[in-house]
Design a protein around this ligand. Structure first.
Ligand code: SF4
Length: 86
């Protein structure tokens, strides 16, 4: 399940007072769930990091192949920070 608007940097502001999505009120806002989960595990600070722009030319393609190529190029396993920055 993802945000119907495809938002990657936080909620759209249309979440209702019960935490439901404005686009589909039968679904909880994905970003509220993300925030609650981050809060539970003490990682809210990581949500403050802005994500790079998407290259929409890659829409519909796998994100695993570029990641695998990056790992092979480096010849080692990526650490967690590198994985989340990819
Ligand atoms: S309410 Fe939440 S899930 Fe729905 S469109 Fe806005 S950010 Fe996305």
């Amino acid at each position: 399940m993802g945000c119907p608007k495809g938002l990657r940097d936080g909620p759209c502001g249309g979440t209702d007072i019960h935490g439901m999505c404005e686009t589909d009120p039968s679904l909880p806002c994905v970003w509220l769930r993300i925030y609650e989960r981050a809060e539970r595990i003490g990682r809210v600070d990581r949500l403050m990091k802005l994500q790079d722009d998407l290259d929409w030319r890659d829409e519909g393609t796998s994100s695993w192949l570029p990641l695998l190529k990056q790992v092979l190029r480096r010849g080692r396993r990526l650490n967690e920070a590198e994985l989340t920055d990819s």
